[in-house]
Design a protein around this ligand. Structure first.
Ligand SMILES: O=C(O)[C@H](O)[C@@H](O)[C@H](O)[C@H](O)COP(=O)(O)O
Length: 221
């Protein structure tokens, strides 16, 4: 299928891929602006590195690409992970009210996200099943027309989530996908060989994939 041009960059290991992710985020935010940042485990080291960089932090706004419907401050919250990894640098963190449940949470988040687009940069992750943010293959949230969509029955726990939509995530100057580790190899192979996975449905001109060798395996040019 068509979709963004996929620009694959392969780094020797996850640490190097995360260093590059931090650098790209810092470049995009050098004059301030808003970034949508993936949750999950993969980008944590990139956020730690970003926190050490000299940036106009008070002019920077961060929002998670998706949020899990668990109470605020729950260890599985993406906003908590972001706040812990980045520390208190003076940026603004927009928390998506997922504790209200998928539908009400998404409705209230819509008004919070509307003034944030277009983003300077979006950093996404990739799940083993090819999902990105909380946009899972075949899930109705892929068809949502707003900026934030409710998600129930997500195959990755917790099953209830809210997510920025393809429409929201595509409104960005720079789109990055960070993919590391052997467990992501099959999903990355499928993405690169044209399977209809959610990242392919972004309407950005280019999606830059920062991968490590383990994930990219034989796909390296
Ligand atoms: O909240 C989430 O779960 C994420 O935003 C999700 O899209 C994540 O990026 C991928 O599932 C990869 O997660 P890992 O980096 O933990 O493998």
């Amino acid at each position: 299928m068509n979709g963004p041009h996929l620009q694959l960059e392969v780094y020797p290991d996850a640490g190097a891929a995360c260093r590059m992710a931090a650098q790209r985020l810092a470049q995009a935010l050098a004059q301030g602006g808003t970034a949508a940042l993936a949750g999950g485990n993969t980008p944590r080291p990139a956020y730690h590195l970003l926190a050490e960089m000299e940036l106009p932090w008070p002019a920077i706004t961060l929002v998670p690409t998706d949020e899990r419907c668990v109470p605020p401050d729950h260890p599985e919250r993406n906003d908590r992970m972001l706040a812990e990894a980045l520390g208190d640098r003076g940026y603004r963190l927009v928390r998506l009210p997922a504790e209200l449940g998928p539908e009400q949470g998404a409705r209230e988040a819509e008004a919070l996200v509307a003034p944030l687009v277009p983003f300077r940069v979006v950093l996404l992750g990739l799940g083993e099943d090819g999902h990105t943010a909380s946009l899972f293959p075949g899930h109705p949230a892929l068809e949502a027309t707003g900026l934030v969509a409710p998600v129930r029955r997500a195959p990755k726990p917790p099953p209830e989530r809210i997510t920025l939509t393809l429409r929201a995530l595509s409104q960005t100057e720079t789109a990055l996908l960070l993919v590391t580790g052997a467990s992501k190899r099959e999903a990355l192979r499928r993405l690169l060989t044209g399977d209809d996975l959610p990242p392919r449905r972004l309407t950005v001109p280019t999606l830059t994939i920062l991968a490590d060798r383990e994930a990219a395996d034989a796909m390296e040019a």
